[in-house]
Design a protein around this ligand. Sequence first.
Ligand code: RAM
Length: 515
Amino acid sequence: MFNFEQQQQFIKKANALTPQLKRWVVPIEKLATPVFDENVWQNYTMKQSDLQEFLSTHSFANGDSFIVALPETLVGQLAFRLSSLQGYADSPSRLRITLGELPQEVVFADKPYNGTLNGSWLQSEVINIDDLPMDVVLPRRYCCKYIRFDMIGVPRRINFDNIRFIACGAEDYLAEVDKSLSPILQEIDRASIRTLRNCMQTCFEDGPKRDRRLWLGDLRLQAMVNKVTYKRFDLVKRSLYLLAGALQNDGEVSGCVMERPYPRKGCHTHDYTMLFSLVLYEYCRDSGDWALGEELFDLACHQMQLMERFFEKGLFIGENDPYKDWFFVDHDLELDRQAAVQAQAIVGYNYLAKLSEKLEKSEKASAFREKVELLSKVARDKFYDSQTGVVVSGEKLQISYASQIWMILAGVLNPEEGKRALLAVEKNQSALKPSSPYMFHYLLEAWQICGDEEHLMELLEEYYGSMVKHGADTFWEAYRPEDPFFSPYNDVRMNSACHAWSGTASYFIRKGYLQ
Ligand code: RAM
């Protein structure tokens, strides 16, 4: 059905939409000195002072090190000029350079790494510079706010100057912030926009430090912020074509796609796959380009057909093999996903129905509506406890935010029931909370559907505002306010601190749902 040739056509169309990246040079003007303080987030603040003064009064020998701070978190390349005090180099200069988004990455550059993902994600290089003086430009792209230089083998004394960053992105500016907002909302909006700008490279990346690829779940949220800021619908279209052109063998849209060296499929992430129709519908609605909806319609329908193997009589029967049948939902290993995934499937069918209606395919539309009805009825019978007013999930009847949220988004709970369920989990200390801004976004979306904007804005300000107060100028992939060292990967240095799915506060601040 979606054979190799057809996928190649989609890739061709994706390639034709590849944006020309913009580049701009940012001088680095601050020296950063880590200060330990057990009362601050992850125990370190960075005291800043004048870099020019430091560099003009210091030269460096083996064992020396220093850290610089960029004016903001940026994506791009590092450049600097290196010379030697005696005018020539009688040996190569071997430097270790560590680039970090948050202080922990540079402060603990030497700490062994035992996390779950490959340690090579940590941004670090050892470079050798043979001839001095030399203007050095590192070839790789990084995402960072702090850069640490360690002299691990240098000729007597060396000097640095003109340390700068060559930033890059599909856009080179920050969309304007409404000055009539409160100061904290302005900061939250700015950090959200910066997060999106940094993730907008040749496609929507999830995190420019890690995983540096297009993830379907992240794309949906980026597209929402994009709609109220940069309006780069061409990039959303390119991303959809990339997904359509790099399918799994059975035609499933992959959870993620690698762009280079040529677009290739990544892993399955079935709950993301279920949202494909939603992303497609919203793209068509926001850009007015319904032709893409028509072009990818069969592919979108095929996704939910593929998902049928996970259901029995309208009930999601769960993950048989979590490695093969991965349903992500949130970064939380304790989370029972049954109710949430049941609801995500309803959302998937619902958006197929909407798309069919828009494209005047009425037979399809009614077939999908029937699916919505069946799955919703099963969901209510199985997961909704009308006595307590909350959704429970799995054999242990687990209560989590995720289950309530997705049932609200699926329309299984009406706004009034939804509000009752959300207030109940707020009071329930043992209810599993969101572990990531991805799930937190959906919490806000649920409150918006329940019609309580005031509560939505309170939660938004508390959650994103607390990250800003901890020093964030872009929003973090994983965030449990009560647990500073929480990492889905067993080491906070692996967390991405500029993460696509975390930038949606701007969508709510700018009331994207009314546009
Ligand atoms: C992590 C990243 C990515 C996300 C997947 C499911 O690898 O945070 O953004 O979409 O998980």
